[in-house]
Design a binder for this molecule. Sequence first.
Ligand code: ADP
Length: 207
Amino acid sequence: EIPTLTLLYTTNRLAPSDTNQSNATSTYNDKISLIRTDITKLQTAAIVNAANESLLGGGGVDGAIHRAAGPSLLEECETLNGCATGDAKITAAYDLPCDKVIHAVGPVYARAKRAGAHTRLLQSCYTRSLDLAVEHGCRSVAFSALSTGVYGYPSVEAAEAAIGAVKGWLDADGERSAKIERIVFCSFLEKDERAYEEFIPQFFPPA
Ligand code: ADP
Protein backbone atom coordinates (compact mmCIF):
# COMPACT_ATOMS: atom_id res chain seq x y z
CA GLU A 1 0.00 0.00 0.00
CA ILE A 2 1.47 3.34 -1.03
CA PRO A 3 0.56 6.18 1.30
CA THR A 4 -0.61 9.42 -0.20
CA LEU A 5 1.39 12.58 0.34
CA THR A 6 -1.48 14.70 1.50
CA LEU A 7 -1.91 16.78 4.58
CA LEU A 8 -5.09 15.18 5.85
CA TYR A 9 -5.93 17.28 8.77
CA THR A 10 -4.55 20.33 10.39
CA THR A 11 -6.35 21.73 13.35
CA ASN A 12 -5.82 25.33 12.26
CA ARG A 13 -8.05 24.69 9.25
CA LEU A 14 -10.90 24.11 11.64
CA ALA A 15 -10.35 27.32 13.53
CA PRO A 16 -12.28 30.39 12.37
CA SER A 17 -10.03 33.11 10.98
CA ASP A 18 -10.98 35.51 13.77
CA THR A 19 -9.89 33.07 16.44
CA ASN A 20 -8.86 34.78 19.63
CA GLN A 21 -5.20 33.84 19.97
CA SER A 22 -5.23 34.25 23.73
CA ASN A 23 -7.55 31.26 23.93
CA ALA A 24 -5.52 28.14 24.71
CA THR A 25 -7.53 25.89 22.43
CA SER A 26 -7.02 28.12 19.44
CA THR A 27 -3.29 28.12 20.11
CA TYR A 28 -3.33 24.36 20.00
CA ASN A 29 -5.34 24.50 16.85
CA ASP A 30 -2.43 26.11 15.08
CA LYS A 31 -0.09 23.47 16.30
CA ILE A 32 -1.38 19.98 15.61
CA SER A 33 -1.32 18.33 12.20
CA LEU A 34 -2.08 14.91 10.86
CA ILE A 35 -0.40 13.69 7.72
CA ARG A 36 -0.18 10.33 6.01
CA THR A 37 3.15 9.89 4.36
CA ASP A 38 6.62 8.41 4.56
CA ILE A 39 8.12 10.22 7.56
CA THR A 40 11.57 10.22 5.94
CA LYS A 41 10.29 12.85 3.49
CA LEU A 42 9.25 15.36 6.15
CA GLN A 43 11.18 18.56 6.72
CA THR A 44 10.14 19.15 10.31
CA ALA A 45 13.05 20.05 12.60
CA ALA A 46 12.82 16.61 14.20
CA ILE A 47 11.23 13.32 13.28
CA VAL A 48 10.54 10.62 15.87
CA ASN A 49 11.63 7.11 15.02
CA ALA A 50 9.98 4.00 16.45
CA ALA A 51 13.25 2.43 17.54
CA ASN A 52 14.05 -0.61 19.65
CA GLU A 53 16.17 -0.78 22.82
CA SER A 54 19.37 -1.54 20.90
CA LEU A 55 19.02 1.60 18.74
CA LEU A 56 20.89 -0.40 16.12
CA GLY A 57 18.20 -0.34 13.47
CA GLY A 58 15.30 -2.60 12.68
CA GLY A 59 12.43 -3.02 10.26
CA GLY A 60 9.44 -0.78 9.65
CA VAL A 61 9.93 2.94 10.06
CA ASP A 62 13.30 2.38 11.76
CA GLY A 63 14.64 0.63 8.66
CA ALA A 64 13.25 3.32 6.38
CA ILE A 65 14.87 6.08 8.48
CA HIS A 66 18.27 4.36 8.55
CA ARG A 67 18.16 3.72 4.79
CA ALA A 68 17.29 7.33 4.02
CA ALA A 69 19.73 8.82 6.55
CA GLY A 70 22.70 6.77 5.36
CA PRO A 71 25.25 4.71 7.35
CA SER A 72 26.45 7.60 9.53
CA LEU A 73 23.21 7.37 11.50
CA LEU A 74 24.00 3.83 12.60
CA GLU A 75 27.53 4.90 13.52
CA GLU A 76 26.15 7.58 15.83
CA CYS A 77 23.54 5.20 17.26
CA GLU A 78 26.30 2.73 18.10
CA THR A 79 27.77 5.29 20.51
CA LEU A 80 24.53 5.74 22.46
CA ASN A 81 24.50 2.53 24.48
CA GLY A 82 20.89 1.70 23.65
CA CYS A 83 17.76 3.23 25.13
CA ALA A 84 15.23 2.02 27.69
CA THR A 85 11.61 1.39 26.74
CA GLY A 86 9.62 4.56 27.32
CA ASP A 87 12.67 6.76 26.80
CA ALA A 88 14.20 8.50 23.77
CA LYS A 89 17.58 9.67 22.48
CA ILE A 90 18.42 12.24 19.82
CA THR A 91 20.89 12.14 16.92
CA ALA A 92 21.78 14.11 13.83
CA ALA A 93 19.76 13.36 10.69
CA TYR A 94 22.54 13.01 8.07
CA ASP A 95 20.96 12.61 4.60
CA LEU A 96 17.39 13.11 5.83
CA PRO A 97 15.68 16.45 5.14
CA CYS A 98 14.94 17.01 8.87
CA ASP A 99 17.59 18.32 11.32
CA LYS A 100 17.39 15.72 14.08
CA VAL A 101 16.11 12.21 14.61
CA ILE A 102 14.61 11.37 17.98
CA HIS A 103 14.72 7.62 18.59
CA ALA A 104 11.91 6.65 20.94
CA VAL A 105 11.49 3.10 22.20
CA GLY A 106 7.82 2.25 22.51
CA PRO A 107 6.54 -0.72 24.52
CA VAL A 108 5.91 -4.14 23.07
CA TYR A 109 2.16 -4.10 23.62
CA ALA A 110 1.44 -7.61 24.89
CA ARG A 111 4.33 -7.68 27.33
CA ALA A 112 3.79 -4.15 28.67
CA LYS A 113 0.05 -4.71 29.04
CA ARG A 114 0.65 -7.74 31.24
CA ALA A 115 2.61 -5.45 33.56
CA GLY A 116 -0.08 -2.74 33.33
CA ALA A 117 2.58 -0.37 31.97
CA HIS A 118 1.65 -0.02 28.29
CA THR A 119 -0.06 3.38 28.47
CA ARG A 120 2.55 4.95 30.73
CA LEU A 121 5.43 3.67 28.61
CA LEU A 122 3.91 4.77 25.31
CA GLN A 123 3.01 8.19 26.69
CA SER A 124 6.47 8.73 28.15
CA CYS A 125 7.93 8.21 24.65
CA TYR A 126 5.92 11.19 23.45
CA THR A 127 6.70 13.46 26.39
CA ARG A 128 10.41 12.55 26.46
CA SER A 129 10.61 13.21 22.71
CA LEU A 130 9.04 16.64 23.13
CA ASP A 131 11.42 17.43 26.01
CA LEU A 132 14.38 16.47 23.83
CA ALA A 133 13.05 18.55 20.94
CA VAL A 134 12.86 21.63 23.18
CA GLU A 135 16.32 20.98 24.67
CA HIS A 136 17.76 20.85 21.17
CA GLY A 137 15.89 23.84 19.78
CA CYS A 138 13.67 21.85 17.42
CA ARG A 139 10.52 23.88 16.84
CA SER A 140 8.60 21.27 14.85
CA VAL A 141 8.32 17.55 15.51
CA ALA A 142 6.77 14.73 13.46
CA PHE A 143 5.89 11.52 15.28
CA SER A 144 5.58 8.13 13.66
CA ALA A 145 2.85 5.94 15.19
CA LEU A 146 5.13 4.45 17.86
CA SER A 147 4.54 0.78 18.75
CA THR A 148 1.67 0.27 16.29
CA GLY A 149 3.65 -1.90 13.88
CA VAL A 150 5.61 -4.97 14.92
CA TYR A 151 5.17 -4.03 18.59
CA GLY A 152 1.45 -4.68 18.23
CA TYR A 153 -0.15 -1.71 19.97
CA PRO A 154 -3.74 -1.40 18.68
CA SER A 155 -4.08 1.75 16.58
CA VAL A 156 -7.05 3.25 18.38
CA GLU A 157 -5.57 2.76 21.85
CA ALA A 158 -2.21 4.06 20.66
CA ALA A 159 -3.70 7.18 19.07
CA GLU A 160 -5.65 8.00 22.22
CA ALA A 161 -2.56 7.58 24.40
CA ALA A 162 -0.31 9.50 22.00
CA ILE A 163 -2.60 12.47 21.51
CA GLY A 164 -3.46 12.55 25.22
CA ALA A 165 0.23 12.61 26.11
CA VAL A 166 0.92 15.47 23.71
CA LYS A 167 -2.05 17.44 25.01
CA GLY A 168 -0.94 16.87 28.60
CA TRP A 169 2.60 17.98 27.76
CA LEU A 170 1.33 21.17 26.08
CA ASP A 171 -0.99 21.93 29.01
CA ALA A 172 1.61 21.33 31.72
CA ASP A 173 3.98 24.21 30.95
CA GLY A 174 3.05 27.10 28.68
CA GLU A 175 6.56 28.50 28.43
CA ARG A 176 7.95 25.17 27.33
CA SER A 177 5.14 24.39 24.92
CA ALA A 178 5.56 27.82 23.29
CA LYS A 179 8.94 26.58 22.06
CA ILE A 180 7.22 24.04 19.80
CA GLU A 181 5.42 25.52 16.80
CA ARG A 182 4.08 22.37 15.21
CA ILE A 183 3.49 18.76 16.17
CA VAL A 184 2.73 16.42 13.30
CA PHE A 185 1.23 12.97 13.73
CA CYS A 186 2.59 11.08 10.74
CA SER A 187 0.55 8.00 9.97
CA PHE A 188 1.45 5.49 7.34
CA LEU A 189 -1.44 3.05 7.25
CA GLU A 190 -5.10 3.90 6.94
CA LYS A 191 -6.00 2.30 10.27
CA ASP A 192 -3.67 4.68 12.11
CA GLU A 193 -4.87 7.68 10.14
CA ARG A 194 -8.47 6.87 11.06
CA ALA A 195 -7.55 6.49 14.72
CA TYR A 196 -5.91 9.93 14.77
CA GLU A 197 -8.88 11.44 12.97
CA GLU A 198 -11.05 10.15 15.78
CA PHE A 199 -8.99 11.48 18.67
CA ILE A 200 -7.37 14.72 17.48
CA PRO A 201 -10.69 16.63 17.50
CA GLN A 202 -11.52 15.14 20.92
CA PHE A 203 -8.30 16.34 22.54
CA PHE A 204 -7.93 19.47 20.40
CA PRO A 205 -11.47 20.59 19.71
CA PRO A 206 -12.00 23.17 16.99
CA ALA A 207 -12.35 26.64 18.42
P1 ADP B 1 7.11 -0.62 16.28
O1 ADP B 1 8.16 -1.69 16.40
O2 ADP B 1 7.30 0.49 17.29
O3 ADP B 1 5.73 -1.15 16.25
P2 ADP B 1 7.12 -0.20 13.37
O4 ADP B 1 8.17 0.47 12.56
O5 ADP B 1 6.87 -1.65 13.12
O6 ADP B 1 7.50 0.11 14.89
O7 ADP B 1 5.75 0.58 13.19
C1 ADP B 1 5.53 1.86 13.72
C2 ADP B 1 4.64 2.63 12.78
O8 ADP B 1 5.41 3.14 11.69
C3 ADP B 1 3.54 1.81 12.14
O9 ADP B 1 2.33 2.56 12.23
C4 ADP B 1 3.97 1.68 10.69
O10 ADP B 1 2.87 1.59 9.80
C5 ADP B 1 4.68 2.99 10.50
N1 ADP B 1 5.64 3.11 9.38
C6 ADP B 1 6.32 2.15 8.72
N2 ADP B 1 7.11 2.70 7.77
C7 ADP B 1 6.94 4.05 7.85
C8 ADP B 1 7.47 5.19 7.15
N3 ADP B 1 8.36 5.07 6.17
N4 ADP B 1 7.03 6.42 7.52
C9 ADP B 1 6.14 6.57 8.51
N5 ADP B 1 5.63 5.57 9.21
C10 ADP B 1 6.00 4.32 8.89
